[in-house]
Design a protein around this ligand. Structure first.
Ligand SMILES: [Fe+2]
Ligand SMILES: [Fe+2]
Length: 242
């Protein structure tokens, strides 16, 4: 319990510090509001950072799925189906309807598509994967829509989680390291700042004032329900002695 509180406290603290830094950072680093492309003049919080922290929430939903896989294979009836249903709903609204459809498919991919065949190919595959993810979420929503997960659904659901996790880990890692940095090159700091505001507006329209914060709270609550809240349980064992 103590660990959970400490972790939440830290998150709240860092969110507050982040907002303060964002305000002062923009004021200090961009006195004229013009971007020269130099690293030191970049605003503290950019549209790409927003996208990447959204990946953080999405990855935590995927980690819930992955942690549930062995339990599905051992005793599916003992799993809290409602918690998985909540995870799938978060994945649908926050990852698929907002992050993917409203930001990446509307803003990011159309821009990088124009930057050459390699990035255009990335955009094609990434959209294909968004669509496959939506099919998998549809399935997860259907089979977790009851008090228990039936024995017949246990193995197919475990495989669906493994497939989604493998796809999305690769997907988000390429977006973070290839697609988002390429997209960012098209804009000055001032334009990125404006895009960040635009993204925030979309977030507010879809979820109210605290879209990201609420999504983080939701995934935190799901982790607590399923016993995954304490980060220390995931520390790897030491390697074998040589
Ligand atoms: Fe994506
Ligand atoms: Fe993404």
């Amino acid at each position: 319990m103590k660990t959970e509180l400490t972790r939440r406290d830290l998150l709240n603290q860092s969110a507050k510090i982040g907002s303060t830094l964002a305000l002062t950072g923009v004021a200090l680093a961009m006195p004229t509001g013009q971007g020269s492309g130099k690293k030191s003049e970049e605003p503290e919080v950019t549209a790409t950072e927003d996208l990447m922290r959204e990946h953080g929430v999405i990855r935590r939903a995927l980690l819930v799925y992955v942690e549930v896989v062995p339990k599905l294979r051992q005793n599916a009836a003992a799993i809290d189906a409602a918690a998985l249903q909540r995870t799938a709903k978060l994945f649908r609204t926050f990852a698929e309807d907002y992050h993917e459809r409203m930001l990446e498919e509307q803003h990011i991919f159309p821009t990088v598509r124009k930057m050459g065949p390699e990035l255009a190919r990335y955009a094609d595959v990434l959209i294909e994967q968004h669509n496959r993810g939506r099919e998998i979420t549809e399935y997860v929503l259907a089979v977790t829509n009851g008090p228990k997960i039936s024995t017949g659904h246990a193995e197919p659901l475990a495989r669906a989680f493994e497939g989604l996790d493998r796809m999305y880990e690769n997907h988000a890692a390429r977006e973070d390291t290839i697609v988002f940095p390429a997209w960012k090159k098209n804009f000055s700091n001032k334009q990125l700042d404006e895009l960040s505001d635009q993204f925030e507006e979309i977030e507010h329209k879809m979820f109210g004032k605290d879209g990201f914060e609420d999504a983080e709270k939701t995934i935190s609550g799901i982790e607590s329900t399923l016993g995954f809240a304490d980060l220390a349980q995931f520390t790897a064992p030491p390697p074998p002695k040589r």
